[in-house]
Design a protein around this ligand. Structure first.
Ligand SMILES: [Zn+2]
Length: 116
């Protein structure tokens, strides 16, 4: 299987009792909503297997986008791949300006003077 299955557009494919399409959101990777079978173990497992099967084609598509003629798309694809391969940019650290100062008291009265 190559590319995303167009029948899995994120909308439930079941029909209501009145014959109208359900139109609820399908479970991730599935073709039906929670109400129309998406809660059952076998449907959830099949949806999960579908998502796993799409990981490699998705990665290949992302790699192709590095060479996209639209620079913004190419940049976004490049950043995403770098992020996913552990090459994240340094993240900003928020600071509110406060700092902790440790003061150590030294008892100078106990300093022993040596005879010269
Ligand atoms: Zn439904």
């Amino acid at each position: 299987m190559e590319g995303l299955d167009v029948s899995r557009n994120g909308v439930c494919h079941a029909r209501r009792t009145n014959g109208q399409p359900c139109r609820k959101a399908a479970i991730r990777g599935g073709t039906v909503c929670y109400t129309h079978g998406g809660a059952s173990r076998q449907v959830r497992e099949k949806a999960a297997m579908y998502l796993i099967s799409q990981a490699y084609p998705a990665a290949r598509k992302m790699a192709e986008l590095i060479n996209h003629r639209n620079g913004m798309i190419a940049l976004a694809a490049s950043k995403d791949i770098l992020d996913r391969t552990g090459h994240k940019a340094i993240e900003r650290i928020e600071q509110d300006g406060r700092m902790i100062v440790e003061i150590e008291f030294v008892d100078r009265g106990r300093v022993v003077e040596h005879d010269a």
